[in-house]
Write a protein that binds this ligand. Structure first.
Ligand SMILES: Cc1cc2nc3c(=O)[nH]c(=O)nc-3n(C[C@H](O)[C@H](O)[C@H](O)COP(=O)(O)OP(=O)(O)OC[C@H]3O[C@@H](n4cnc5c(N)ncnc54)[C@H](O)[C@@H]3O)c2cc1C
Length: 491
């Protein structure tokens, strides 16, 4: 692939009357013809870093604003994270829940998209430092979200992947499906049991969704596809340090979720903390559970870019933003979405890290920027409208057609909650094609109990070898006589 070299000159230039001095950013790359100073428009340059829910909704809401928008993301696609677990459990394909950012913004004439990784922000120079250059801004919207926190045990990451990106979802899918292929070729009881034991750490919505779907798939979705193993004997263990699942939900719904999971065959361990993870399994207190697969759904930490802002951060590294979502002393820098620790001016409570909050924050800052660009006057942070989060409720699915939720204080559960969940997710999914595909896949899965994306991609042979070697070290000769390559596709 052609090396994409960005050299960006930041030219302190035109003062557009917005009250802050604007810099025109010249991007000189070997793929873009050089720009001369005369070509540089005097409209404010808004740089948005991160095209998740927050950044993308901010960019789209600026479609009619008198500003130039540059959207920067390290990926070329926007991901609909709430459906990642469906990719991880082979119900949906990556392309069903993601869309190229460039395509989403293709018709927005004032927007440019750049594939680049932001390393830091130099607020004094008004520059975002990229891994391969710099870009200047007049107004910055930082929306790089959060990543996993292994609570000081970063070495666990290799054994216990989390679920935040498409790559991580396909990696979890690979490990999950491969476990059954491994077990099918294994006759040693313990080695087979280890292969078919899945531990999920963290009992929030992601952990609950993964555990429910994995157990249901093993019990009802794939048993007849295998000849040597009974997939219904797979153990799915959900470990939660708190005393209930779904900590952000009302206790009554937490209990409903627990009972539903138990019905689906999940072993729910509440009030237990994982103390060690390695290739052999996990330690929960003094108990060791031999497990080939551990998945991480606990703890998040802010994207590292936040540290360069030089403003107060909370314990997870999220930026403590002012009521209108800008940072202290820099009204031209907004931080939104999961990366922000914001207080809801409506309730005085912390805004939760959920997709609707990220979207609303994106729209909120876009409105401020649009108004100030139109009036030519930058208001001080205290004169701007404070962010007021409208909480429309919370929902979490448990398996194929069950969910729990609280909408405006009304508790819902079972199929009705799942239908509500499905409608909301389809509505917010980006792109008509994706909506149609997801509806078709869900209908198919509901009727025939089959999953449409059971593809194992990645290093299959390596995993099988590793497992058989492990079995030998515990004194079991591998029963597999043929060295022929296994079928790589799980169904
Ligand atoms: C598995 C899962 C399930 C979820 N389920 C739900 C749900 O059911 N309902 C709900 O409301 N919420 C759910 N959430 C939470 C919701 O997805 C987040 O609150 C929301 O995505 C936050 O949006 P954001 O724009 O702040 O961050 P993100 O959506 O995480 O976007 C951040 C963007 O920044 C980019 N980026 C990061 N670092 C850099 C960098 N250095 N340089 C350039 N680009 C960068 C990333 O590529 C990404 O595109 C779920 C989250 C996960 C992970």
């Amino acid at each position: 692939m052609k090396h994409f070299f960005l050299r960006v000159l930041c030219v302190s230039a035109v003062n557009s009357g917005l009250g802050i001095s604007f810099r025109a950013s010249l991007i000189i790359a070997d793929t873009i013809p050089p720009v001369t100073l005369n070509d540089v428009p005097s409209t404010p340059h808004v740089v948005i870093v991160g095209a998740g829910f927050a950044g993308l909704y901010a960019a789209k809401s600026l479609g009619r604003a008198a500003v130039r928008v540059t959207v920067i993301d390290r990926c070329n696609h926007h991901v609909f994270q709430p459906l990642l677990y469906e990719v991880a459990t082979a119900a949906l394909s990556p392309a069903d829940i993601a869309a190229p950012i460039r395509t989403i913004l293709a018709r927005q004439k004032n927007a440019t998209v750049l594939l680049a990784r932001a390393m830091s922000v130099d607020v004094a120079r008004r520059v975002v430092v990229l891994s391969d250059g710099e870009i200047g801004y007049d107004i910055l919207i930082l929306a790089t979200g959060v990543t996993h926190s292994y609570f000081g045990h970063d070495d666990w990451a290799a054994e216990a992947p989390g679920l935040k990106t498409i790559d991580e979802a396909t990696e979890i899918r690979r490990r999950f499906l491969l476990a059954f292929e491994t077990a099918e070729r294994e006759t040693d009881f313990e080695a087979r049991r280890t292969a078919l034991t899945f531990v999920i750490v963290g009992g929030g919505p992601t952990g609950v969704e993964l555990a429910g779907t994995m157990s249901e798939l093993a019990r009802r979705g794939i048993p007849r596809d295998f000849r040597s193993i009974d997939t219904t004997t797979a153990r799915v263990i959900l470990v939660e340090g708190g005393d209930r699942l779904l900590g952000g939900f009302p206790p009554e719904l937490s209990e409903k979720a627990r009972l539903s999971l138990v019905k689906l065959g999940v072993e729910v361990r509440l009030g237990h903390r994982v103390t060690h993870i390695d290739a052999a399994g996990v330690k929960i207190g003094d108990e060791h559970i031999a497990a080939r697969n551990v998945f991480w759904a606990a703890g998040v930490q802010a994207s590292a870019v936040s540290r360069s802002l030089g403003v107060p951060l909370d314990r997870s590294g999220r930026v403590e933003v002012e009521p209108a979502l800008s940072i202290p002393s820099h009204p031209e820098v907004f931080v939104i979405g999961d990366l922000a620790r914001a207080i809801n001016a409506r309730t005085g409570k912390e805004v939760p890290g959920v997709a609707p909050a990220a979207m609303q924050m994106g729209r909120h800052v876009a409105r401020i920027i649009q108004q100030e660009a139109a009036s030519g006057r930058t208001r001080s942070a205290v004169d701007r409208p404070a962010f007021r989060y409208v909480d429309k409720g919370i929902l979490a699915t448990i398996g194929r057609a069950k969910a729990v939720g609280s909408i405006k204080g009304i508790h819902v559960s079972g199929l009705i909650a799942w239908l509500l969940w499905a409608v909301i997710h389809i509505t917010y999914l980006i792109g008509f094609r994706n909506r149609l595909l997801v509806i078709l896949q869900w209908t198919w899965a509901y009727v025939v109990f089959r999953r449409g994306a059971r593809l194992i991609t990645g290093p299959v042979d390596l995993e099988l070898t590793r497992t058989r070697d492990d079995a030998r070290t515990v004194g079991t000769e591998s029963p597999i006589k043929s060295a022929s390559s296994p079928e790589h596709v799980g169904g």
